[in-house]
Design a protein around this ligand. Structure first.
Ligand code: PEP
Ligand code: MN
Length: 331
């Protein structure tokens, strides 16, 4: 349920509502908006008796929230949410381009790619230091050494850093180095990791699992927000279907659908969707055309020798081409 305050409600009145909600055994989360503040009630198993709240000072009305996700629903937060990271904003403005290798392999590799993608116009550098690999025998990432390399990339290039936390043993370390904490597709259902990310002060890039519905993705975002972190950026990265011409099937319809249901920004990862570099530019253009707030793209200067996902990594020249094509679309 949403308790909508009058336009001129005071902060003290909002706090009184939150206390009353707590007395009823629930939690009240303030949702400041451009026109008015509302308080979202969470933690109730069944219907809430709103009569106690409706009589309180400053209250305009109560609205039942029909979706199972509340804090990340447009019903409770009608205006689109922009997430500020460093000097950029993700959501509502120009698409933000995040690019870099699948994994950080060495300082030389990361810096080489970072300078190239920066020159082409990327704002955020991607690269995994902890890699969730399908095979336990595949390269698992450089760990903290990789994070230190990412810190150097930020220092040398000014690019912001997005990198993945794969479990509760490394999220504390990752949040010290990252500007955005990535939670990968395999971990979208890792509820203890989601809750832990909800305690971070850093924005979280939450990737859709390859077998998750939009509602399940939003429920995972709700886990993060319910712990206090509402800086969540969603990412569509392809789902598994019977189609086998690509690694996954990019669900472009997820973008307008999520925009309808949630105020959170949504970006697209065309690389893990395609699995093949030659499809990445087309899928990126499609993503921007349907309103994605950004892209997460794999780029490698020597993909033939990449330690992971070389097949889908763009050559730097292709990334330059992608940036040019995107810029003509958003003008
Ligand atoms: C990645 O972005 O490097 C990655 C592992 O992606 P996903 O979690 O979408 O498979
Ligand atoms: Mn990858």
């Amino acid at each position: 349920m949403l308790v909508v305050m009058k336009n001129d409600a005071t902060e003290a009145q909002v706090q009184a509502i939150i206390r009353e909600i707590e007395n009823m055994g629930y939690r009240g989360v303030p949702m400041p908006g451009a026109l008015r503040t509302a308080v979202c009630i969470i933690g109730n198993q069944g219907p809430v008796d709103e009569s106690r709240l409706l009589v309180m000072e400053g209250v305009k009305e109560t609205i039942r929230v029909t979706k199972p996700y509340k804090l990340v629903s447009r019903e409770t937060h009608p205006e689109s949410r922009a997430i500020a990271v460093g000097d950029i904003k993700i959501g509502g403005g120009k698409p933000v381009i995040m690019a870099g290798p699948c994994a950080v392999e060495s300082e030389e590799q990361a810096l080489t790619i970072a300078h190239l993608v920066k020159k082409a116009g990327a704002q955020v550098f991607r690269g995994g230091a902890f890699k969730p690999r399908t095979s336990p025998y595949s390269f698992q990432g450089l760990g903290e050494e990789g994070l230190k390399i990412l810190a150097k990339v930020r220092q040398e290039t000014g690019l912001l850093i997005v990198t993945e936390a794969t479990d509760h043993t490394n999220i504390e370390l990752v949040e010290q180095y990252a500007d955005i904490i990535q939670i990968g597709a395999r971990n979208m259902h890792n509820y203890s990791l989601l809750r832990r990310a909800g305690h971070s002060s850093k924005p979280v890039l939450l990737k859709r699992s390859f077998a998750a519905t939009i509602e399940e993705l939003l429920m995972s975002a709700e886990y993060i927000s319910s712990e206090g972190n509402n800086q969540v950026i969603l990412c569509e990265r392809g789902i598994r279907t019977f189609s086998d011409n690509t690694r996954n099937t990019l669900d472009l319809s997820a973008i307008p659908s999520i925009k309808e249901s949630s105020p959170l920004p949504i970006i697209v990862d065309p690389s893990h969707a395609a699995g093949k570099r030659d499809y990445v530019i087309s899928l990126s253009k499609g993503a921007i055309a349907v309103g994605a707030d950004g892209l997460l793209v794999e780029v490698h200067h020597d993909p033939a020798h990449a330690l992971s996902d070389g097949m889908q990594s763009l050559y730097p020249e292709q990334f330059g081409e992608l940036m040019k094509e995107i810029n003509t679309l958003i003008k």
